[in-house]
Ligand binder design. Structure first.
Ligand SMILES: [Zn+2]
Length: 303
């Protein structure tokens, strides 16, 4: 989508402001899922300053892992024909390559709450123009494994404490994303009443903003991801792809609506730093990076 906010009587400052948005506009969404992600945030912010861009960062305030959920997700495809395993075509990097030894040990042995690690740097990020949103409830793994089949009460127990802590720190309005793109419709009404103004809970190359059925929130899709909703550049690195990055950028920017790439700080500031740097260099030569909330203001809600 080419965003154009031109209006009626222009002043010179209107014209200057408009020129920022007459190029294609995209967003980069980063989900903070692990301690490695939380600890990588200062690097991520330095990167953004280097390129003069602002990220949309969604933080899980609770613990990364539910050990029961992780085991379940591994075993379920063998026992249930309804559950799809991640397609073999979508390569992922092994966990230790993304989290490093410290991250793996910390996650498996301690599994600490992420908010105490991430909060201060996220407050700093917000004060410099990055958008901060909420990513699930008090346990990323529990949400990813069970949210779709949870009772409303169980979902509330997972979501409400996280929502309270998040809004007390960052205020509202705010955006929300469900871990693993696993949705529970009951969440949307709660989120809207708490000051959430959009969610990003599906993947679609067309990129059209939709309404959530319950709750009536705009749902902004991720538009670039590998099969199984795997981070596209992670899959690119894991599969040692020979596709020119220029072609990936072409495809990404040719999206009919609003292009959104999603990844994780542990990847873009870690093993994926080189490819991410090249990707952002190519993008910023041709397009503007906006936060998802800002882009929503510009494009307006869905029809
Ligand atoms: Zn996540």
């Amino acid at each position: 989508m080419r965003l154009d906010i031109s209006g009626g009587n222009e002043t010179s400052s209107d014209t200057a402001e408009r020129s920022v948005f007459t190029r294609p506009t995209f967003a980069i969404r980063l989900d903070v899922d692990t301690t490695t992600c939380a600890r990588a945030l200062p690097k991520v912010l330095s990167f953004a300053d280097r390129f003069g861009i602002r990220f949309t960062i969604f933080v899980n305030v609770g613990r990364s892992v539910s050990f029961r959920g992780a085991l379940d997700r591994r075993l379920r495809p063998y026992f249930s024909s309804d559950v799809k395993a991640i397609p073999k075509k979508s390569r992922r990097l092994p966990l230790h390559k993304k989290l490093g030894l410290r991250g793996v040990c910390e996650t498996l042995l301690v599994n600490p709450r992420l908010f105490p690690i991430a909060r201060d740097v996220l407050l700093e990020a917000k004060s410099t123009g990055h958008e901060i949103g909420l990513h699930g409830g008090t346990n990323h793994g529990l949400w990813q494994s069970y949210a779709a089949t949870m009772s409303d009460q169980a979902l509330e127990a997972l979501l409400l404490p996280a929502l309270e802590e998040f809004t007390r720190t960052f205020g509202m309005p705010f955006g929300f994303t469900s871990p693993g793109f696993v949705v529970h419709p009951h969440a949307y009404g709660i989120l809207r009443r708490a000051g959430c103004h959009y969610v990003s809970d599906y993947v679609s190359v067309e990129g059209r903003v939709q309404w959530t059925g319950k709750g009536g929130l705009p749902n902004i899709p991720v538009t670039l991801a590998a099969e199984g909703n795997v981070d596209y550049l992670e899959s690119y690195v894991a599969g040692n792809s020979q596709e020119p990055l220029e072609d990936v950028v072409d495809r990404f920017l040719s999206c009919a609506a609003f292009p959104v790439y999603y990844s994780h700080p542990c990847f873009v500031a870690g093993i994926g730093a080189d490819v991410f740097t090249r990707f952002v260099s190519l993008l910023t030569e041709r397009a503007e990076c906006a936060t998802m909330g800002c882009a929503l203001t510009m494009v307006g809600p869905p029809d």
